[in-house]
Design a binder for this molecule. Structure first.
Ligand code: HEC
Length: 402
């Protein structure tokens, strides 16, 4: 298909995906907040809770009630399309954005020589197979041991990340874990939350009593969704953080992010009942950030030690000058991957092909727009007159052996 058309689809899909996700997660956070802040009153046994909220120049007087079959309100608003729209647009985006270039965008060529089909199959198996595993897991008696179950479940997610990391590049690994968890959330809505609500509404319409227990099963899945909301949002935005996904310790970083964000959400929920919630909130945020910074700096043993001082200085300059914000070993959506750059045939935006030599690398660093790599926007800053000559030499030496 025409690449411009694919780009246009991607723009539309991404916009739809983000707007739908904001509506869905916004609703979900507001409903959970209301649930946790409802006040009780003894004089009305059909009142589960109530609250007053100031907004838009008036006061919303909200009540959560046990319904009587003859008092089913109309219209009654249901909430599910936000979730379905998020998943459907995200799934199409996965196909039009990642699957059309699965080999370069998803795989790490230094770890595997698998092609696009393999990458696509792994991604789909992770999402759909992952859901089956997740669903069976939480249908099992483990549901009764909620805390242990949740901790083991987080370890399983980390194992999944380790597996993905053995073939996928960092960005694709973070996104795949995010997509998988996000898919669990929509599947929870589709297979558990909405069917349970249909069940009790149907019973009500048949004149039966409002069975609060049917709603409880749905509530467990809602709560599970609620706790993975923050990690999913973070992971879906992680394409903007090459410093995190580009690190060799990315699985450790991902684990810290998931763990900390779940604790942070829990503290926000406990603010009415757990006094030191704010202290734990900030300690987790600060401790989590410090742990991530430490993980980024942690040396890895399998990296060959750089002996040439010129190359070592180049590596340092590459990081200090912020080149890593756009460039990784593999292609990112922003910039071409630099692994194996020297000597490779580079196709340019104007269709010509050049062999990458020292002069090309030097020119690319100093005046990148002079020769723009095909498939990328001329987004690289001009470094002519910005970086001293000695540092340019160091960068060239480093990139020659990248
Ligand atoms: C804002 C993002 C950004 C930053 C920061 C950036 N680049 Fe780039 N770079 C690009 C883009 C986009 C391209 C591809 C378009 C082009 O060729 O101009 C590119 C192309 C290159 C190329 C040519 C690669 C090829 O395959 O043809 C080299 C070499 C390069 N950059 C090195 C660097 C170095 C060294 C730094 C740090 C001093 C740096 N870049 C900083 C975005 C960036």
């Amino acid at each position: 298909m025409n690449t411009d058309l694919i780009d246009f689809f991607n723009i539309t899909l991404r916009f739809t995906h983000i707007v739908a996700a904001i509506m869905w997660i916004g609703n979900s956070l507001l409903f959970t907040w209301m649930e946790l802040n409802l006040l009780k009153r003894d004089d009305d046994k059909n009142l589960i809770g109530y609250m007053d909220m100031l907004h838009g120049g008036g006061v919303f007087h909200l009540q959560k009630r046990v319904l009587k079959p003859d008092t089913i309100p109309t219209p009654l608003h249901w909430f599910y399309w936000q979730s379905y729209t998020t998943w459907i647009s995200g799934f199409f985006l996965l196909i039009t954005y990642f699957f059309t270039r699965a080999d370069t965008l998803m795989l790490d060529p230094s770890k595997t020589d698998m092609g696009s089909t393999g990458a696509i199959l792994i991604s789909l198996a992770g999402i759909f197979g992952g859901w089956i595993a997740y669903d069976l897991y939480w249908r099992s008696p483990l549901q009764k041991f909620l805390k242990t179950g949740a901790v083991v479940w987080i370890f399983l997610v980390i194992l999944y990340a380790i597996g993905l990391n053995s073939v996928f590049n960092g960005r694709a690994m973070f996104l795949q874990v995010g997509m998988t968890l996000g898919s669990f959330m929509t599947a929870n809505v589709f297979f558990h939350i909405i069917p349970n609500q249909r069940k009790f509404m149907k019973a009500l319409r048949e004149g039966k009593e409002h069975n609060l227990n049917v709603g409880k099963a749905a509530k467990f899945r809602s709560l599970s969704n609620h706790y993975i909301t923050f990690p999913v949002i973070f992971l879906m935005l992680s394409g903007h953080y090459p410093v995190l996904y580009g690190s060799d310790n990315r699985v450790i970083i991902l684990s810290i992010i998931i763990g900390s964000l779940i604790i942070i959400k829990h503290m926000m929920n406990k603010r009415n009942t757990f006094k030191p919630w704010l202290a734990v909130f900030f300690l987790t945020a600060i401790g989590g950030t410090a742990a991530i910074v430490a993980a980024i700096k942690l040396p890895t043993s399998d990296k060959p030690e750089i002996v040439d001082p010129q190359v070592a200085a180049g590596e340092e300059a590459f990081s200090l000058l912020g080149c890593t914000a756009c460039h990784q070993a593999a292609d990112t959506s922003i910039a071409p991957g630099l692994a194996g750059l020297f000597g490779k045939e580079r196709e340019l935006a104007d269709g010509t092909v050049v062999t990458v030599d020292e002069a090309y690398i030097r020119e690319s660093i100093l005046v990148a727009p002079a020769k723009v790599a095909k498939g990328f926007a001329p987004a690289m800053p001009l470094y002519q007159g910005v970086i001293p000559d000695t540092q340019v030499d160091q960068l060239v030496a480093y990139l020659k052996q990248f």
